[in-house]
Design a protein around this ligand. Structure first.
Ligand code: NDP
Length: 433
């Protein structure tokens, strides 16, 4: 805390990991002696930069840009960019730290990093977003490279932003270096199924987790927080597998639709109009929009927090447990507070931490990099099959690792220990660097 003042999210993420690693470190004096944990908690490199741009009224705006290159033990730095007014160095560092373990779990040769800006794309015109992205990339490009650091999207950064960022990178470097960014359009180097990957991956992981108790998704009521990229495609997969998603949220509140969410309508509002969920309730008979309370108060069998960090607190976990929730799988990064995780654990609710459950996005980014490197484009079906197989492998690794050091159902232990050991072994082998 003294070394990293004013970074509460980073403290929270490191504390969770270090707590989970206790039984592992107790058996590995060699890793303690090599000071792997201390080295892992210190990013290899961080850049913080000014992002000046001119808005549509001709006014100069100034934002702050970040890129934290946390660990290259297993491959090039890899992790998304977040554009949201809440972005601070503590947020970027917590996300970059989590990314190390997540990327290690995929087994696809990726280091960990994260970046972003306090820029708020909401209410900005396409031209303003483009000018911001161009200014952001004008500084960031010198730190990137397909074998060095490969960003992708996150909150506030989707296909539109990746397009503008890639265009500026290409212009500055005079190279069509497809593998330098992932989440590109499928017509110019992007991978099929990357848009869907994180949400689909969460549901694949959830399916595996339910199967350990002989349960399936068929007929299950599901509540999802958020209504962005991860949430929408989690809902799509839930519906495809026979579940019933009945509620989702955005920063304006949440909607409940007991008939099951109309995904086409949701996509039209969120992906095309970039609108609010109030529009859903206006268009869909029987759907109710609420600003009071939380989406997690809605009774369900399964909850998927897919919006942002610390959105599912203790009181929400108590409500979920009281309503008999069977499983919680994190689509977002660190959405469940430590107190809420404890409530779920006490209630014997299956709990999948984000670094395992939402790894499908970065895994498919790695598949996009492979396609770029080999000048190929795989079909949607092939990419999704590979994604499903990666998620099954991550699930299996979490369980076997958790079983070795404690209880197989402890996915927090399994995910942290599994990701840590892969990274730590590589660091130990590469010497004190
Ligand atoms: P989007 O920007 O597409 O969507 C974010 C959603 O969460 C929106 O509905 C947004 O509502 C809501 N939200 C965000 N911040 C807040 C807030 N402070 N309070 C209330 N609601 C909020 O982002 P993604 O779907 O890409 O990301 C969601 C989560 O998933 C993040 O934690 C991200 O790190 C994680 N993740 C994303 C991956 C990806 O591939 N995209 C991969 C792995 C993890 P509103 O529009 O009203 O702000």
């Amino acid at each position: 805390v003294r070394r990293n003042p004013g970074e509460p999210e980073f403290h929270q993420a490191t504390q969770e990991v270090l707590h989970a690693l206790k039984p592992v470190l107790a058996t590995r004096p060699d890793l303690l002696e090599a000071r792997i944990v201390e080295r892992l908690c210190e990013p290899e490199r961080q850049v913080i930069f000014r992002v000046p741009w001119v808005d549509d009224t001709g006014t100069v705006q100034v934002n702050r840009g970040f890129r934290v290159e946390f660990s290259s033990a297993l491959g090039p730095y890899k992790g998304g960019l977040r554009f949201h007014p809440s972005v601070t160095s503590g947020v970027v560092k917590f996300l970059g730290f989590e990314q190390i373990f997540k990327n290690a779990l995929t087994g696809l040769g990726l280091g960990g990093g994260k970046g972003g800006s306090d820029f708020d794309p909401k209410g900005r015109s396409d031209a303003e977003v483009m000018r911001f992205c161009q200014s952001f990339m004008t500084e960031l490009h010198r730190h990137l490279g397909e074998k060095t650091d490969v960003p992708a999207g996150d909150i506030g950064v989707g296909g539109r932003e990746i397009g503008y960022l890639f265009g500026q990178y290409k212009r500055l470097t005079n190279r069509f270096e497809a593998g330098v960014l992932t989440g590109k359009g499928v017509g110019w180097g992007g991978s099929h199924a990357r848009t869907e990957a994180t949400g689909y991956g969460v549901v694949h992981f959830l399916q595996e987790m339910l199967a350990t108790r002989g349960l399936s998704l068929e007929g299950r009521g599901v509540v999802v927080s958020g209504s962005g990229n991860v949430a929408l495609y989690a809902i799509e997969k839930i519906q495809a597998l026979g579940g019933k998603a009945v509620a989702c949220s955005d920063s304006s509140g949440y909607i409940v639709d007991e008939n099951g969410l109309d995904l086409d309508l949701l996509k039209e509002i969120k992906e095309e109009r970039r609108g609010r969920l109030t529009a859903y309730a206006e268009a869909r008979p029987g759907a109710v929009h609420s600003e009071r309370g939380s989406v997690f108060d809605v009774p369900c069998d399964i909850a998927l927090p897919c919006a942002t960090q610390n959105e599912l607190g203790q009181q929400h976990a108590v409500a979920l447990a009281k309503n008999g929730v069977l499983a919680v799988a994190e689509g977002a990064n660190m959405p469940t507070t430590p107190e809420a995780v404890e409530v779920l654990r006490q209630a014997d609710v299956l709990f999948a931490p984000g670094k395992a459950a939402n790894a499908g996005g970065v895994a498919t980014s790695a598949l996009e990099m492979r396609q770029n490197a080999s000048l190929q484009q795989w079909s949607f079906e092939r990419t999704e099959t590979e994604l499903a197989s990666v998620m099954r492998d991550i699930h299996a690794l979490c369980r076997t690792t958790a079983d070795t050091y404690g209880d197989a159902d402890d996915y927090v232990l399994g995910a942290n220990a599994g990701g840590f050991l892969r990274t730590a072994e590589a660091m130990a082998a590469q010497g004190v660097v």
